[in-house]
Design a protein around this ligand. Structure first.
Ligand SMILES: C[S@@+](CC[C@H](N)C(=O)[O-])C[C@H]1O[C@@H](n2cnc3c(N)ncnc32)[C@H](O)[C@@H]1O
Length: 336
């Protein structure tokens, strides 16, 4: 790797291609299956860049920072996951509980979500806070263990409420207060799409068809499941841009400088094992210091790229379109 990462050849974010726009006016059954959640740091806007680093062939697919799974849906919609196993994990137990219940009980989730959508139409403000305070938080409370709710105990009712709060809450955020209660205020949406039955059914069928494993786990458990020839996409919470290479104690979204270092070790180990790895992160100097010019990373065949991209959610319109992203991978870019 060079001393300062440069844009990779042909690596440019296209400004228009994403699932929705590419779908145009096609009938619903022809459209790509889309993420069913909005998620902070979701990668739909970056897909045109990331696609260039999907290996031409791979065995199993692993996504250890799942969120709304933009890359998973992109690969699955292109039938790139039909040959190997699929392992999806995240440390957010509610998120994982929701994905699992939608996979296993789509009709029960849809029925409840439809009822919530009807209630919202009548009186959005009153309904949102009643669902959040009187239904969702108490139901989560009943399935708590020491760390949060048990993902395996997530009911269809909880999964429906999770999707509802995600579609109608402020910016799709999932935030808990210090006592562990979900406390995101209502978002200011005119006509939110709460229950997209067609897409939800297709997500469920896709997950079942792929026999995807969906687990509540720390990212480093991927070391136990990944083998040579597999492909792993890592999308951790981004390091704050202000984190300098020397600043070792930042924590953003519960992900510390120490977690970023542990992640670097995992990425290097998997690349050395013969897996295809792809990591996205911010261009913080602390992250560049972990990969660019790092001898172990270089020996593992990793290269770093700085790529221009559009930010998916930025309340300041003037700042959209001026964000660089940092990509680390051992996959050669497939320029088209
Ligand atoms: C930037 S988001 C991923 C977004 C995703 N790529 C998408 O398209 O929506 C990062 C995710 O990492 C998860 N996460 C944070 N710390 C983690 C850890 N230690 N192990 C596994 N997942 C973690 C968060 O819950 C969050 O869903």
């Amino acid at each position: 790797m060079g001393s300062a990462p440069q844009p990779g050849s042909g690596v440019r974010a296209s400004s228009t291609v994403d699932g929705d726009r590419a779908a145009g006016n096609r009938p619903a059954s022809d459209r790509p299956v889309r993420p069913f959640l909005k998620w902070a740091g979701g990668k739909r806007q970056l897909l045109p860049v990331l696609r260039e680093f999907y290996p031409p062939e791979f065995g199993a697919y692993h996504e250890p920072f799942l969120g709304s799974g933009a890359v998973f849906f992109d690969l699955a919609s292109a039938s790139r996951l039909d040959r190997g196993k699929v392992h999806l994990t995240d440390v957010n137990a509610d998120l994982i509980g929701c994905w699992r219940r939608l996979r296993d009980k789509p009709e029960a989730v849809i029925r409840r979500l439809q009822a919530l959508a009807t209630g919202y139409e009548r009186d959005p403000g009153e309904h949102y806070y009643r669902v959040r305070n009187d239904l969702f938080n108490p139901a989560r409370g009943r399935i708590m263990n020491g760390n949060g709710p048990r993902a395996e105990s997530y009911s269809a009712a909880l999964a429906a409420m999770f999707i509802y709060l995600n579609r109608t809450g402020y910016n799709g955020l999932f935030r808990l207060n210090s006592s562990g209660w979900f406390n995101v205020p209502r978002g200011n949406y005119k006509n939110p799409r709460i229950c997209d039955r067609v897409n939800l059914r297709r997500v469920s069928a896709m997950l079942s068809g792929l026999a995807a494993t969906i687990e509540h786990a720390q990212f480093d458990t991927v070391l136990q499941t990944a083998h040579a020839g597999d492909f792993i996409y890592f999308d951790p919470p981004y390091a704050p841009l202000s984190a300098t290479a020397q600043f070792t104690s930042y924590t953003a979204d519960g992900f510390s400088a120490e977690d970023q270092r542990r992640l670097q070790q995992v990425v290097i180990e998997l690349a050395t094992r013969g897996c295809g790895v792809l990591l996205s992160n911010s261009t913080a100097p602390a992250i560049a210091a972990l990969y660019d010019g790092n001898r172990d990373a270089e020996r593992a065949g990793l290269r770093a790229y700085t790529v221009p991209a559009r930010r998916a959610i930025n309340s300041d319109a003037s700042r959209r379109g001026h964000v660089d992203e940092y990509i680390v991978t051992n996959v050669a870019p497939q320029t088209t």
